[in-house]
Design a binder for this molecule. Structure first.
Ligand code: B12
Ligand code: SF4
Length: 497
């Protein structure tokens, strides 16, 4: 995980462990380190935090540490989304995690094999250790960030909206204490010349006024640069002006689809080109005050059909050249969202190895497109979005130096070349490789050679530590877990064990 993108939770867990008197080493793996050298030798308990795209590496690491005698636990997005699979490779699989749960696990500290214990707190934690308590872990991570150094903070957990594809659609919104927030911000002002803070709230500014009051009380105007993910419906002009006064330099609103999610983007029943115009006006208004706006779009939703969703995205870019578009392919991350049950029931989820599940590889069979058609559209819209012409227009439309160059660098790097290369490769293999096509068409579950080789190459030395069979997973494990009925209490989906 890039040092500027790390999550708060590993630092939090490390702090909770130290509080209990444990000696803790935190290692942030950004992909550049020689991990085997950085890992401590004599540990008795290892927590690993990972997204699904790095799950196979985490399985290999768990295996390595277990052979050295350690007990292992996994937490974070992969553990929340694929607990049944992770239980095969870890002694503990943790969902919602609070201090009490960490202390319980540390007290138990036992091997649970072949199937690990899946534990979760009842809800998201009500408080987290502040920046001053986490500072030594934050500082060591920031040292790995190249030029710009960003500190992650949270002002809330969960979300009041219920976008059916989202992991937070069923997690109640909970603001965190604003006094703790003020303390964190003041502490950072004392530590860094010009702090940069990324709010990791799934949806920043739901309780807009209390949040901004706290920032205004703690931070002299313009002393900290802020980045936040927020929905368009929360970003009225008055609010955006207030964000500008308080140093918000980048906003990442979710647009998702031109045909769905009207509530989220405050476009109501407006669809298609009407929605494009409305969203574009809104985004252009934000860009008058905030120099960097990344709009998040999802392709492959069931409501999408034909070339229109892609063409509308291009029209949006023409109308809002200053925004940087980020595209995600609809992905069903295990049991992240209730909607995934629908896909699993319809047998539409493919067992792509976890390594490829990063929102770039859609793991659901598209409803209204063949795979080849879908990739053709993706290649087309990606090339258009990051074409030299579009990058130049974006450059002209952005007012400030860092956002300008950030857009250029992102446009020319992974967003364009990485993705176009990947989609083109998929398109080519679908045409030329029969086994590859059969996998995509669900005629076989055998993982295509291309994917196996890519995992082997990317894992390097850790390939040897990958447990047998770990490259495969049951894409319908969530559905099966719901269907099992407990013989003790007869409630489906509940297991007395
Ligand atoms: C903020 C955020 C980001 C930020 C920060 C990333 C980060 N390190 O957390 C940024 C913008 C960088 C980001 C990027 C990406 N993200 Co993101 N992101 C989120 C978001 C909105 C909030 C996560 C968060 O911090 N919540 C607050 C914490 C406190 O709560 P939590 O995550 O629920 O964690 C609880 C438990 O899981 C547990 N826990 C968490 N970590 C740990 C660690 C340990 C050791 C333990 C024991 C427990 C534990 O305790 C917490 C409290 O109960 C979530 C969606 C969401 N609404 O949750 C997506 C989400 C995590 N992201 C997702 C994805 C796919 C990505 C990208 C791959 C997308 C992409 N292609 O660009 C990239 C990855 C970039 C990279 N590899 O460098 C997916 C992950 C799915 C998965 N199973 O892997 C999610 C769930 C969104 C989704 N699509 O559904 N993301
Ligand atoms: S607004 Fe964002 S965080 Fe909230 S449910 Fe929808 S997608 Fe998830």
């Amino acid at each position: 995980m890039g040092a500027n993108f790390v999550s708060i939770m590993p630092q939090v867990v490390a702090t909770w462990c130290e509080e209990q008197g444990h000696e803790v080493t935190l290692v942030t793996y950004t992909g550049r380190e020689d991990l085997l050298r950085q890992l401590p030798e004599n540990v008795d308990f290892v927590f690993i935090s990972t997204f699904t795209e790095a799950a196979l590496l985490s399985y290999a690491l768990s295996n390595l540490f277990r052979t050295r005698g350690a007990v292992t636990a996994i937490g974070g997005p992969h553990a929340r989304c694929y607990p049944q699979d992770a239980q095969k490779y870890f002694d503990y699989v943790l969902g919602f995690t609070d201090k009490t749960l960490i202390h319980e696990v540390l007290r138990d500290r036992d091997q649970h094999r072949p199937t690990g214990l899946n534990l979760s707190a009842d809800q998201q934690p009500v408080e987290l250790p502040g920046v001053s308590e986490r500072w030594k872990f934050i500082e060591q991570t920031l040292k790995k960030a190249p030029f710009i150094k960003i500190v992650p903070l949270l002002s809330s957990l969960g979300c009041p909206y219920s976008c059916e594809f989202c992991i937070d659609s069923t997690v109640p919104y909970r603001p965190l204490d604003t006094n703790a927030m003020k303390e964190d911000l003041r502490f950072l002002l004392g530590k860094l010349k010009r702090p940069r803070v990324a709010w990791h709230d799934p949806n920043f500014g739901v309780r807009f006024d209390p949040c901004m009051d706290a920032i205004e009380e703690a931070v002299p105007p313009g002393r900290i640069d802020f980045i936040a993910e927020s929905t368009l419906s929360l970003l009225s002009e008055d609010r955006v002006k207030r964000l500008q006064r308080n140093g918000f330099k980048a906003l990442l609103p979710g647009i998702e689809s031109w045909f769905e999610m009207g509530k989220k983007s405050k476009t109501g029943k407006k669809n298609g080109m009407d929605k494009v115009r409305m969203v574009s006006d809104h985004v252009n208004m934000i860009l008058r005050y905030v120099p960097y706006v990344q709009t998040n779009h999802i392709f492959g939703l069931d409501g999408d059909e034909g070339p229109e969703p892609f063409e509308l995205t291009k029209r949006f870019l023409d109308l809002s050249p200053g925004s940087f578009p980020a595209y995600s392919m609809l992905s069903a991350f295990g049991q992240a969202a209730p909607l995934n049950l629908k896909f699993q029931r319809a047998n539409r989820v493919l067992p792509f190895p976890f390594h490829f599940l990063s929102n770039i590889q859609m793991n659901i069979k598209p409803k209204n497109y063949s795979w080849s058609e879908f990739y053709d559209h993706l290649i087309d819209v990606t090339k258009y979005s990051y074409s030299p012409r579009m990058i130049f227009q974006r450059f002209l439309a952005n007012g400030e130096t860092i956002p300008r160059w950030l857009n250029v660098v992102r446009g020319f790097s992974s967003e364009r070349y990485g993705r176009v290369k990947y989609f083109t490769q998929m398109r080519r293999l679908l045409k030329t490789d029969r086994q590859f096509r059969s996998f995509f068409e669900q005629e076989t579950t055998e993982i295509p050679r291309y994917f196996v080789e890519k995992v082997r190459k990317d894992l390097g030395d850790f390939w040897e530590w990958l447990p047998d069979g770990a490259i495969r997973h049951d894409p319908n494990a969530y559905l099966s877990s719901q269907q099992k009925t407990c013989s003790y209490c007869s409630i489906p989906g509940v297991n007395a064990a």
